[in-house]
Ligand binder design. Structure first.
Ligand SMILES: [Ca+2]
Ligand SMILES: [Ca+2]
Ligand SMILES: [Ca+2]
Length: 270
């Protein structure tokens, strides 16, 4: 019996570890299902897969960390959607409406929105350059639900590092932001300095936040962003991220089980 219990706790702890690894290993969209209307030189729809851009255009000679003033511009980083165009992506693991997700936000869409610097080059957020894009989600790729009130290429602009001190930096920071963590939707960067914005992001890397509860779906595997004819803009998509409870509530419970086991002098996985 004792052996069985020890094994059980060890298995839980191992599971906690592997869950954390799985959750962080691939929170990004995995496959382009379909697309149309890409705008050169940003016409490669696969640029919307994988991790959003932390350091833009490193080979251009003008690149640097993404900040809310310095958005991504590398041709291999963005898919630009012309009028009447769209991109549909699929996640290998479903994105779920998880009440443990910060602010109830389950899915993040990253574009290349940015704030004009009203105190150039010191970084005070002026007008937001935002191009929208209609977001739809689907569990099966057939039954689609429009997400109301959230533009794909809009709030919040991408931030690659939490320790950059310039609005237009050239050197990478050392503290990575979390692209699976949403910004508090109540935060308004307007008129704020870079350091105030970084504080408001609170470790997040930005992105447009979507609560699946607003469309009445428990989970989705497909996301489509489209640009209506006549919009007058060409939204860019950098990436899609599944929000990870940070740290995961389930993992916390299992860590607590490990701590209890250790207090009782039992072996635990770690
Ligand atoms: Ca939710
Ligand atoms: Ca844009
Ligand atoms: Ca990208």
């Amino acid at each position: 019996m004792q052996r069985a219990m020890n094994f059980g706790v060890a298995a839980l702890c191992a599971l906690a570890g592997s869950e954390a690894v799985m959750a962080s290993a691939d929170p990004w969209a995995d496959t382009v299902v379909d697309f149309a209307g890409g705008v050169a030189p940003f016409g490669d729809a696969s640029a919307s897969l994988g991790e959003p851009t932390r350091f833009t255009a490193p080979s251009s000679g003008f690149g640097g960390p993404t900040t809310p003033f310095q958005s991504s511009f590398g041709a291999d980083e963005l898919f630009s959607i012309g009028e009447g165009g769209f991109v549909t992506v699929r996640f290998d693991e479903p994105v779920t409406d998880d009440p443990a997700n910060p602010f109830g936000i389950d899915l993040l869409v990253f574009g290349n929105s940015f704030y004009f610097d009203q105190a150039f080059p010191d970084g005070i957020a002026g007008v937001l350059s935002s191009e929208g894009g209609v977001i739809e989600v689907s569990a099966d790729g057939a039954d689609w639900h429009v997400v109301q009130g959230v533009g794909a290429d809009g709030l919040f602009p991408t931030l690659g590092y939490s320790d950059v001190t310039q609005a237009f930096p050239t050197d990478a920071g050392s503290v990575l932001t979390d692209f699976t963590r949403p910004v508090d939707p109540g935060f308004d960067p307007s008129g704020k300095s870079l350091s105030e914005i970084i504080a408001g992001y609170n470790g997040s890397g930005g992105g447009a936040g979507i609560d699946l509860a607003t469309v009445g779906l428990a989970s989705i595997s497909y996301v489509r962003v489209s640009n209506p004819t006549g919009s007058g803009v060409t939204p860019e998509i950098d990436g899609f991220a599944d929000v990870v409870p940070s740290p995961g509530a389930g993992v916390l419970l299992m860590m607590a089980a490990c701590a209890r086991a250790r207090r009782r002098g039992r072996a635990c996985g770690a």
